[in-house]
Design a binder for this molecule. Sequence first.
Ligand SMILES: NC(=O)C1=CN([C@@H]2O[C@H](COP(=O)(O)OP(=O)(O)OC[C@H]3O[C@@H](n4cnc5c(N)ncnc54)[C@H](O)[C@@H]3O)[C@@H](O)[C@H]2O)C=CC1
Ligand SMILES: O=C(O)CCC(=O)C(=O)O
Length: 530
Amino acid sequence: MFKVLVSDPISDLGIQQLVDASDIAVDKKPGLSEDELVAIIGEYDALLVRSQTRVTAKIMEAGKQLKVVGRAGVGVDNIDLDAATQRGIIVINAPDGNTITTCEHTFAMMMAVARHIPQAYMKTVNGTWDRKSFLGVELRGKTLGVLGMGRIGSEVAKRAKAFDMEIIGYDPFMTEERAEKIGVKLASVDDIVRNADFMTVHTPLTPETRHMIGRAQFEVMKPGMRIVNCARGGIIDEIALVDAVDQGIVAGAAFDVFEVEPPAEDHPFLTHPKIIVTPHLGASTIEAQENVAIDVSEQVIHILRNEPFINAVNMPPIPANLQSILQPYFTLGEKLGSFIAQSTEGAVTEIVVGFSGELAEVDTQPLTRHIVRGVLAHHLGTEQVNVVNSMHLAKVRDVNIVIQKSHASKDFTNLVTVSLRTKKEERIVAGTLLTGYGPRIVQIDKYPVDVTPEGNLILISHNDKPGIIGRVGTLLGNNDVNIATMQVGRQLVGGSAIMVLRVDKGTPKEVLDQLIRMPELNTAKEITLF
Ligand SMILES: NC(=O)C1=CN([C@@H]2O[C@H](COP(=O)(O)OP(=O)(O)OC[C@H]3O[C@@H](n4cnc5c(N)ncnc54)[C@H](O)[C@@H]3O)[C@@H](O)[C@H]2O)C=CC1
Ligand SMILES: O=C(O)CCC(=O)C(=O)O
């Protein structure tokens, strides 16, 4: 039974599928401190959070069983991604479910700042009927500058057109074609600052976007600008903004997010008459909270059940078309990696992965992660290594990963070749998927073979001499080890050869030792593939 901890308030309806899953037990414990989480996280396989819980390295370290941290929302700045990756914990988010809601909140804030709605409300409910102080401005005909034209920024731009606004946008990944399609004129940050009447930011907070609107930008800003931040505190320099409002450069600002949340009691935004605030409510609608919880719950279930999943933040995404090509090779890749690691001695220094045939045409990175996982799991344990941290673990252990691609594949539609170099030896194994038959190992070192990569195998290298196969069979039979299948590979009659035996159960070490002592037999290794 998998255990999932929900440590922030997350929509009950959204997590219903987790609650209903017969193999999953869900505990809801919102509001725990870091120490409280550290004390209990060890028993959980998955952690679900919104933005309140800070998922620190200390929590990951204590989460010995933790396979996935699910963020019901977009931003993962409350999760230590490096710590997660190092520990092989998958971090997923729900990037689509709150886009419209946050876009709508941006408009609520834009209109509220244009028409002084919070200030007018406060005065009215406090008994003052003041119709003079709150002269606003229209959105119609104004220029809106959008910084960050991703999901939310693009939706904001679309809706701004309905208000008859001119939209200028900046995003390093925005193409002219896409900008044209959504009716946005591409501009630089400087153009936006100098020309916009309203400006809204929709980027993540990164070293590059931190204070991307600061003193230098306020100095050249179009006077009377109104600014909205429903993305992340810190994209706009808060102190510089207050000064710009006081100097009359900025006519008003609406902030949903703060550099530190919640803000200190004496934060200047909280008492400023021209700055309006909400407590990080961008994603707070019934619809968005259900959407993000449904999305993240679905993926957590997939991950716990070892099924394909999407939206991993600490792993490159696999496009759907690629997923269907690569997915069938994942198991083969891990098995080839495991086979070669089990059959090779010495510290691993290099893994050379070769793809030929159709596989050479596509981005095979996700498959490489599985192969490297297969190799490293033999040395570091299957619990320690997964596809999230396999490349990282290889790097920190100075294992060189080399990728080779060849478009021609002589005998197979696709061939995956793994060569392992260790301080002692080098070995090659190659495999493919045979239509109707499944995964096969088709080459071990220089020998062609046809081995189903599963169960208990014995890999023997020997000299091709009459009687050796019989002697091996007799020795195993005498020790109650039943042979299910046998493959022999050789290049020359009487030369060196290999034998791959599939046996019904594990082979005791003393039996392997007896095999190795046989004349003409060089090595015998047990390999287990499940
Ligand atoms: N207030 C709230 O409750 C919510 C806040 N957010 C925040 O809103 C932001 C945007 O979310 P989405 O649109 O879903 O993300 P997204 O990933 O779809 O879009 C972000 C865009 O910012 C662009 N970008 C990155 N660096 C940039 C730079 N230096 N200059 C200009 N553009 C840059 C990226 O290319 C990308 O297109 C995120 O920070 C997210 O955490 C999202 C949901 C709710
Ligand atoms: O969970 C929340 O309400 C915060 C949403 C948010 O900031 C995000 O999704 O990035």
